[in-house]
Design a protein around this ligand. Structure first.
Ligand SMILES: [Mn+2]
Length: 253
């Protein structure tokens, strides 16, 4: 499992981490206006960082599932170029990236790791399928588990289960972040953590966040008999004092 420690400069009251996910660049359903607003938000706000959770490009291929290959407005190579162009102005604020099943399509048939290519071009830390991005300042630490998500998520109950399954992999994170399902879901629960350094047991709130996509995927929702899907991107607002860390979740919509 890849791990990246991000030491935040100064002593801000809070920082923000935008979860960039499921842009599906190249799909006719991609809301480019929303994508541009997400980039603009990250670029223009101080103490605002980002992580990439995958499915940045649509990457429809001849062998990929569904009719996406016929519904994309540019080919995968053009999608990679556009993704790099869009991410370039904020690349120094993107602290970690994981790949999604749409990038994986190229790997399955050609071995090419599209997300690695994008990250190498922009000098972004690439964690492969999953990784922990740990923001720390003011002697506080906020580890965020980043994973694209996998499998079907037709109901909210499935998405909830998938989010909580991440905690079986690594149980010490403060936020478990996922995309993939194109659903908006924010949950939290309190647990006691053993603080061996201070010889205490501390209550801590664990957060589970599924960020929606930037896709107006009405036809997909119709085909699968699902309710209309929301669009947007989650903002994790990390703050609070030592021993009383706080996480709030907002959305760019
Ligand atoms: Mn996906």
């Amino acid at each position: 499992m890849e791990y990246r420690k991000v030491r935040v400069e100064g002593k801000p009251d809070y920082i923000e981490v935008v979860t960039i996910s499921d842009w599906h660049i190249g799909s006719s359903a991609c809301d480019m206006d929303l994508v541009n607003r997400v980039v603009e938000y990250i670029q223009s706000n101080d103490n605002t960082y980002a992580v990439i959770l995958g499915d940045i490009i649509e990457n429809g291929t001849k062998s990929s599932v569904g009719s996406g290959v016929y519904e994309q407005v540019m080919n995968p190579h053009e999608q990679i170029d556009l993704a790099i162009e869009l991410l370039e102005p904020i690349s120094d604020k993107i602290m970690l990236a994981v790949t999604g099943n749409h990038e994986e399509r190229a790997k399955v048939s050609t071995s090419l790791d599209v997300m690695k290519i994008i990250c190498d071009r922009l000098d972004i830390f690439y964690a492969g399928y999953r990784g922990v991005c740990d923001f720390s300042w003011n002697k506080n630490s906020y580890p965020i588990m980043c994973f694209h998500g996998s499998g079907g998520g037709k109901t909210m109950a499935t998405v909830e289960r998938r989010l909580k399954e991440m905690e079986r992999v690594t149980d010490s994170c403060m936020v478990y972040a996922m995309g993939h399902f194109h659903k908006k879901l924010v949950m939290s629960r309190d647990i006691y953590r053993v603080d061996q350094r201070n010889g205490k047991v501390r209550k801590e709130r664990v957060h589970y966040v599924c960020t929606p996509s930037t896709m107006n995927s009405a036809s997909y929702a119709a085909m699968k008999g699902m309710e209309p899907q929301p669009t947007g991107q989650a903002i994790l607002r990390l703050g609070g004092r030592r021993g009383n860390k706080e996480v709030e979740v907002d959305f760019i919509e």
